[in-house]
Design a protein around this ligand. Structure first.
Ligand code: SDX
Length: 429
């Protein structure tokens, strides 16, 4: 711990200690600033604020680097699978063969949900947005699993973590089936995590469902890409909710609610809608012009990122996966992909996007792939939430087990009315 800066307030000099990470920017510890200087720091959107220290995910936005527990996302996506990645995020190391078998066994045997959950869905309209259903259903898990909500009990924390990772695909598939009026399909324990999810989405009781190994592998890789991403908005939401001692199911429901926003996980749905609205490559220039027009709220969905000021490494892998899926499905020319590729080409050569360092992010290509796989647009963010649940649980667990953890409670710059006395009704004008 070294002194980084002396902070001068009036004639008072305050030394602020610093901390260095294993890689990446150091931090100035300002936790004592208010006590010593009577001032807060001010950073809406937390563009320069570290809310915690973490060992889980590292991002170098300038270089376009993403590491899960030190392993590059490219290598995990190429050589690993989603449950192995979940183990890595949760426990910090890649599992041995025995550890992996045990983890897969435990997750697999928690994939069923309490059967009354199926009646829970009946309360929704069939055309309810699946994300609305997911926020409610995941929050409702705490009404069914009282035996794993005591966060002070390590065993209950682990049971809740396993239950959450295991049941999120089942609930996501139920939300999908309910929206299309088909019966729920139970999980099958002889299937891997992602094949099980695909079967719960697309099988029907009338016939056996063939699992396409190429599509299952592609979706499993997509889940790896979405599993965690440092202190993004929804992860910060889960941590803040968890800091009050709320049970993990409620915290994950809060994360799902935050992820739904079009500036965050909702961008994959918005990006596909944007590509469909553009329709053909010749209409791209007018949308590029709108994206650059300060008076137009339109933004290129799937472009730009708070941290990446280089190409999102996940987007590159996502693009390759898109081609792989379209080839497997025999889709020779997908008009949406044509628009996406041309839009990317134009934007990456446009001064505005170059100057503002706006590159495609993970949401730019994912929608094309998921649509080709048969998912409706309103299920895209549900799939993002399915994968990110593992990262949220890992971050929640790390926060709960951090001995320095305390309830998160930001302050503010007050710009409202100073103290004033009540004005009787008769005197108001
Ligand atoms: C995810 O944080 C994470 O890690 C998130 C995520 C994860 O895995 O958890 O990576 C997942 O959420 C990816 C991002 C998905 N969202 C979108 O694709 C929506 C479109 N993108 C933008 O809304 C925006 O880029 C954000 C929200 C992603 C980032 O916004 P910032 O960091 O707050 O940046 P900003 O809004 O201040 O923009 C900086 C400048 C602005 O211009 P000026 O006011 O400086 O003149 O860049 C412009 C913006 O107008 N800009 C864009 C743009 N994004 C930013 N202009 C056109 N199109 C865009 N997409």
């Amino acid at each position: 711990m070294g002194i980084v800066t002396s902070f001068t307030v009036g004639n008072k000099v305050i030394d602020l200690p610093a901390r260095e990470g294993s890689v990446g920017p150091s931090v100035v510890d300002i936790s004592k600033l208010y006590a010593q200087a009577g001032m807060f720091t001010y950073d809406p959107g937390f563009t320069s604020t570290a809310s915690c220290d973490s060992k889980i995910t590292y991002i170098d936005g300038d270089e376009g680097i993403l590491l899960y527990r030190g392993y590059p996302i490219e290598q995990l996506a190429e050589h690993g699978d989603f449950l192995e990645t979940a183990y890595l995020l949760l426990y910090g190391e890649l599992p041995t063969s025995q550890q992996k078998d045990d983890f897969v066994y435990r997750v697999t045997r928690h994939t069923m949900v309490h059967d009354q959950m199926s009646r829970f869905f009946q309360g929704f309209r069939r055309d309810a947005h699946p994300m609305a259903v997911m926020v409610a259903a995941v929050g409702a898990l705490s009404a069914f699993y009282h035996d794993s909500t005591d966060i002070s009990d390590e065993h209950q924390r682990m049971v809740a973590s396993i239950r959450m990772i295991a049941k999120i695909p089942t609930l996501a598939a139920m939300a999908f089936k309910y929206s299309i009026g088909q019966p729920f399909i139970y999980p099958k324990n002889d299937l891997d995590y992602t094949s099980n999810f695909l079967r719960m989405c697309y099988a029907v009781p009338c016939e056996e469902y063939y699992i396409n190994p190429v599509l299952s592998r592609a979706l499993d890789r997509i889940f790896i890409l979405h599993a965690d991403h440092e202190q993004n908005a929804s992860t910060a939401t889960v941590r803040l909710a968890g800091s009050s001692g709320a049970n993990p199911f409620a915290c994950i429901a809060a994360g799902i609610a935050c992820l739904w926003g079009p500036a965050h996980g909702g961008a994959n749905e918005a990006a596909l809608e944007m590509l469909a609205e553009i329709g053909t490559p010749d209409r791209i220039p007018q949308f590029i012009a709108r994206a650059k027009d300060k008076n137009d709220p339109f933004r290129l969905m799937g472009f730009g990122h708070r941290v990446y000021k280089n190409y999102d490494p996940r987007a590159k892998i996502m693009q390759r996966t898109t081609h792989e899926v379209l080839n497997e499905l025999g889709i020779k020319d997908d008009p949406l992909l044509d628009v996406a590729l041309e839009l990317e080409r134009i934007a990456l050569h446009d001064e505005y996007f170059i100057e503002k360092k706006l590159y495609p992010n993970i949401d730019f290509y994912s929608g094309i792939t998921l649509k080709a796989m048969g998912f409706p647009t309103d299920m895209f963010t549900v799939l993002f939430a399915l994968a990110r649940t593992t990262g949220w649980i890992a971050q929640w667990k790390e926060m709960i087990e951090d001995p320095s953890q305390k309830i998160g409670r930001p302050r503010q710059l007050y710009t409202g009315a100073p103290r004033r006395d009540y004005l009787p009704l008769a005197q108001r004008r």
